[in-house]
Design a protein around this ligand. Sequence first.
Ligand code: FAD
Length: 385
Amino acid sequence: MRRHIFEPEHEQFRESARRFFQTEVGPNGERWRKQGAVDRDAFVKAGALGYLLMWAEEKYGGSGVSDFRYEQVLIEENTRYGERGFFMTLHSRLVAPYIGHLGTEEQKARILPKCARGEVILGIAMTEPDAGSDLAGIKTRAEDRGDHWLLNGSKTYISNGQIGDLFIVVARTDPQRSHGMGLFLVERGMEGFERGRNLAKMGLKAQDTSELFFADVKVPKTNVLGDPAKGFHYLTRFLAEERLITSVGSLAHAQAAFDITLTYIKERKAFGRPIGTFQNSRFRMADMRAQLDALQVFIDHCVLEHNAGRLDAITAAEAKLLTTELENRVIDDCVQLHGGAGYMDEYPISRMYTDARISRILAGSNEIMREIIGRSLELDERKLK
Ligand SMILES: Cc1cc2nc3c(=O)[nH]c(=O)nc-3n(C[C@H](O)[C@H](O)[C@H](O)COP(=O)(O)OP(=O)(O)OC[C@H]3O[C@@H](n4cnc5c(N)ncnc54)[C@H](O)[C@@H]3O)c2cc1C
């Protein structure tokens, strides 16, 4: 299907991005998956090519390009030729914008250029052992001690947890208000800040999803992001972009799975004919092709809406729900069409299957997406009571 949203400059950009992911990222994937983390160097190389924090002003190391289509290209090319566990976009377009939008001049000048060069790697720490979907349950505390904030608590499932240098940590600042939280910039080397295990998990093996611990960490006042009472409000402001990022990646993942499966079923033979020529295979592939094309149109539309500042949290929730459900359905079907080979690690589809499973859970689980969409229809018991 022809896509209408890209201009020649995006296509040119795609060619150079593809070369980067084909040469600097993809070939390292297996080694990174074994070591449980990507090399820090991958961020530095991406930074040198101008792929990090493109949205930031030049004085902060970016190129002042906020057009999301460039990020979309990077996500799509990393998904197809790079490594799903390389969370470059989380660093660049999910976490760094908090500093860009909420940070003081001093914070932006101090932090963003290093992030744009890939020298400082970012993460965001919201989830705790007892608080995931329901962030009102956060127990990590930050107490105002005059010239600093004292941080105590722990986080879990944090992306870039081992290689990260700076984390935006969500902590409770007002025990009386369920949403009384602040955002604190916690840096590598701060006393009392420790990393826990790099957690063993089903997929995304190159991603260093980890525990983080804070014991009497003195966070200087210069490391508070925005108003320390408004953290929850800030988190909701960035949700639409976070969901769009997940949607673009999940759909690209499904598209890539479809393509490798199409090649496979044309070559693999059973009962004297390519398995792709069985009616069941043909129909399944036809269903997938049609659904992928339809959803790509919707996602491309969401990208343009986002560029125009019009993508609302509900439409983004629809995008996240649909793409991640389709990703999982498509990849499951693709494993089936691969037969036993689909279960073998040496075939990429096997890894794609385990990598895909988390998409329906993170960036807001799909049940939460359904809640958001359902409430927007005023099907909310609090309103209908
Ligand atoms: C690989 C990976 C990377 C991650 N990266 C990060 C990161 O960088 N930073 C970070 O802060 N977190 C991160 N997370 C955490 C992730 O955001 C949470 O796992 C997710 O928000 C779900 O929270 P939970 O695990 O506590 O599940 P729970 O909230 O315990 O949910 C369990 C189940 O209950 C359902 N449920 C919960 N509430 C409702 C409801 N109201 N209605 C219906 N169903 C509901 C959920 O949908 C889910 O199916 C990551 C997780 C993984 C696995």
